[in-house]
Ligand binder design. Structure first.
Ligand code: ADP
Ligand code: MG
Length: 291
């Protein structure tokens, strides 16, 4: 009977790693036309490693690393952990207590005041902010992007980081294609980095959107929904508005932020995004049986 079939399918999906927060989502899942993926921490591991660090002449590396790691200690972004670890590897101990006025700018980076200095750390956007506010900027970027200076005199350091695609990311996208489901990448990162990740996936992703702020991601989901039921999968605090807007918002259970896991309609219990096409296949089979 109907409820039994749904119960069985929900259980099966949960065992395979996708926990749906309600029986109705199974039906929605069976009709999904588009799956949008966040990049950092969803398609990629979100485990950054610092490959290069340089500081402007008038600053020494130790001081800069002490500032960076102290401020980043207050952030939960995947980049933050890598920067703190890099400082520790260089025998620098972060002192978060010395940081005042810490601020997080989603999709951009962070700010903190330390030793009487206003320090901004993040991408080009945060660089513009640093210029406006007359602070000092440390630019963090992935090595696949070209080195763009964030604003003349304000730039006091450049950090390069690498992050790799998750195992199974390409298979997940290819499997969606076989199911006739369109895949989209949404990222706050630069288009250079987005296109680099796309090339790592044999350009299999149908649409790539870069340099997005959290509300831009939600807006794009709204537009995608006009063309059919849309799922969004993401991990970050910055993905929460998009997860809520999607017909099915899926959060990364293990590595996902608390807000993402609260806002989502389904939780991926492993970090294996191949479970998404698998669940769509299962949902289609189940709903077909019900008709
Ligand atoms: P995505 O949408 O791909 O998950 P985010 O929106 O979280 O990416 O971040 C976009 C960019 O902002 C990062 O690639 C990084 O350059 C910068 N950024 C965000 N938070 C931080 C931080 N705590 N420290 C340094 N850079 C940061
Ligand atoms: Mg993310």
């Amino acid at each position: 009977s109907t409820p039994v079939a749904i119960f069985c399918a929900l259980t099966k999906a949960a065992i395979s790693g996708l926990l749906l927060k309600g029986g109705d989502y199974l039906e929605t899942l069976s009709r999904i036309k588009t799956v949008a993926f966040d990049k950092t921490g969803t398609i990629t591991r979100g485990e950054f490693v610092v490959t290069d660090f340089s500081s402007a002449d008038e600053f020494n590396n130790e001081t800069l690393l002490y500032w960076i790691s102290s401020i980043e200690s207050k952030s939960s972004h995947p980049v933050a952990g890598a920067l703190v670890e890099y400082a520790m590897l260089n025998s620098i101990k972060p002192v978060p207590e010395n940081v005042e006025n810490f601020q997080n700018f989603p999709g951009e980076g962070i700010f903190g005041r330390i030793d009487g200095k206003d320090i901004y750390i993040g991408n080009r956007r945060i660089g513009l902010r640093a210029v406006c506010e007359r602070g000092d900027c440390i630019q963090s970027h992935e090595i696949s992007s070209s080195k763009k200076q964030c604003g003349g005199e304000t730039l006091v350091g450049v950090l390069s980081l690498v992050d790799a695609c998750r195992t199974g990311a390409l298979e997940a996208i290819e499997e969606l294609k076989l199911l006739g489901v369109r895949s989209v990448m949404l990222t706050g990162d630069t288009s250079q980095v987005a296109m680099y990740v796309q090339s790592q996936l044999n350009n299999a992703i149908d649409i790539v959107h870069a340099e997005l702020l959290p509300h831009d991601k939600a807006k794009i989901i709204e537009n995608l929904k006009k063309e059919g039921p849309t799922a969004m999968i993401g991990d970050g605090i910055n993905d929460a508005p998009a997860l809520a807007t999607a017909d099915i918002g899926i959060s990364m259970g293990i590595s996902g932020s608390a807000l993402a896991n609260e806002t989502s309609h389904a939780i991926l219990m492993s970090n294996d995004i191949r479970k998404v096409p698998e669940a769509i296949r299962l949902a289609r089979k189940t709903t077909r049986k019900l008709i």
